[in-house]
Design a protein around this ligand. Structure first.
Ligand SMILES: [Zn+2]
Length: 323
């Protein structure tokens, strides 16, 4: 999608912001001066108009959809007092993931308290690490974690070409260059974020506490994270040992095979928002699928687990699964 994200000049982006600042920024920030629907972005799927979703998009009917500020998602937006900037970019991650309480009727008790929807970007090396934290009971977005990731085994020229090809079409290559940090640092900041939410403690190790990653497929955690850990010379963290492949849960719950996120969204008639293959937008779209499945009464369970003694081996827990 050709949304041009006009970026704040580099000078306005302080390199001094830390993840600590990030956590002080509430998701539900002050109401923004939304404009009426007349200027709906073309990035909103046409299916939105005929959406029969159980989730409420009434808020979107009153307010114009706009792309996320990708400085804000990383705790690095310094233009929160600039009305022009606020008018152009969304600074409230949960407003288009709003849940209508009437959709909680059929939700079934879950074994987990939180789902961490993760959708990595980058085939050669990880370029983006977005996580949306969803409450298993209320289906609301509790918080999010988002970082652009700078490859560690690539020349500067190669990185520039890679980023231009991958993010240039979304108009976000500038924000990528302004903000990307090495994978090792992303993990460190992510662990601080996990600890802040009492989901994992470095001293205790082990798996996540009453939470699990939700991914679309097994690639993110089975393949890509261990590969990147190798390249970045870090040990595979213990919280990455198990996950939920939403496509397997989808297959077993709806008795229909879905090859990817877009198929699930199409079949469930959920509007796809934002730019497909921009990691943060994809993580939000997968969160919409998750919310729908919860609302429909699905039990969202762990589908894959590494064997503690043989971490390179993955055990798949569902007999019927997408291969
Ligand atoms: Zn911003």
């Amino acid at each position: 999608m050709g949304i041009s994200r006009v970026l704040p000049p580099l000078s306005r982006v302080s390199p001094l912001y830390t993840s600590a600042f990030f956590h002080l920024v509430p998701i539900a920030s002050a109401p923004l001066p939304f404009r009426p629907l007349a200027t709906v972005s073309t990035a909103v799927s046409a299916s939105q108009a005929q959406d029969a979703s159980t989730l409420s998009y009434s808020k979107m009917g009153q307010n114009r959809w706009k792309p996320m500020c990708l400085y804000y998602t990383q705790g690095k937006c310094t233009m929160m007092d600039d009305p022009m900037h606020l008018e152009k970019f969304n600074h409230n991650c949960s407003w288009d993931l709003h849940v209508d309480p009437s959709n909680l009727n059929r939700i079934c008790p879950q074994n987990l308290d939180f789902f961490l929807v993760l959708d990595l970007e980058g085939k050669v090396e990880i370029l983006e690490f977005p996580v949306v934290m969803v409450d298993a009971k209320t289906m609301e977005v509790v918080d999010f974690f988002h970082r652009f990731v700078r490859p560690s085994g690539m020349s500067e020229q190669r990185i520039n070409e890679y980023i231009e090809g991958k993010y240039g079409k979304f108009g976000v290559h500038g924000v990528w260059h302004d903000t990307a940090i090495p994978f090792k640092d992303v993990l460190q900041q992510f662990e601080a974020w996990l600890a802040q939410h009492h989901l994992w403690e470095k001293q205790l190790g082990g798996s996540l506490n009453r939470a699990a990653f939700v991914t679309c497929g097994n690639w993110d955690l089975k393949t890509k994270v261990p590969q990147q850990c190798n390249v970045s010379m870090v040990e595979l963290p213990s919280y990455f040992m198990e996950w939920i492949n939403l496509k397997d849960v989808y297959l077993n719950f709806y008795k229909r095979r879905a090859t990817g996120m877009m198929t699930m969204m199409k079949e469930l008639r959920i509007p796809s928002l934002g730019s497909h293959h921009l990691g943060f937008d994809d993580a939000k779209n997968i969160s919409r699928v998750l919310q729908r499945m919860l609302a429909d009464g699905a039990l969202i369970r762990i589908t894959a687990r590494r064997k503690p003694d043989y971490p390179h081996e993955v055990e798949f827990l569902f007999r019927n699964r997408i291969r």
